[in-house]
Design a protein around this ligand. Sequence first.
Ligand code: AMP
Ligand code: ZN
Length: 137
Amino acid sequence: MRADDCIFCKIINGDIPSRKVYEDEDFIAMMDVSPATKGHCLILPKDHYANLFEMPEELAAKALPIAKKVGAHLKEALGCEGLNLVQNNGEVAGQTVHHFHMHLIPRYADGVITDVTWGHTNFSDEEMDQIFTKIRM
Ligand code: AMP
Ligand code: ZN
């Protein structure tokens, strides 16, 4: 299941080269072409799903164990002290390639790091309670 206009589908098809570091039946992990830090990788399913909400649950459930496996390997191979997992869904969330992917961003204690942070929004207690009422499941 591929999408014609999707760069990640073209990579999975072998039409565009990539630095593939891991592959199994359902997923690949490859180096990000424009890395935030040394060893920044992406985990993506071989089938095309635009984002987390489009993915079947059984496939989504496989993503985190792969992140753990590849992440542990990056720690071992590169000596990073930490790792950010980032997964953007939708343009407003910063997603630029609309084929589900999870960023693995190794973090180092040497200061040569980029921020993976966001600001904070102040809500009153009343507003927090209203939001809580809407989102509790
Ligand atoms: P996102 O903003 O979460 O959609 O992230 C998309 C990521 O894909 C960015 O970090 C890009 O650097 C990366 N990217 C785009 N094209 C390629 C490519 N051909 N090979 C590897 N990574 C890519
Ligand atoms: Zn795709």
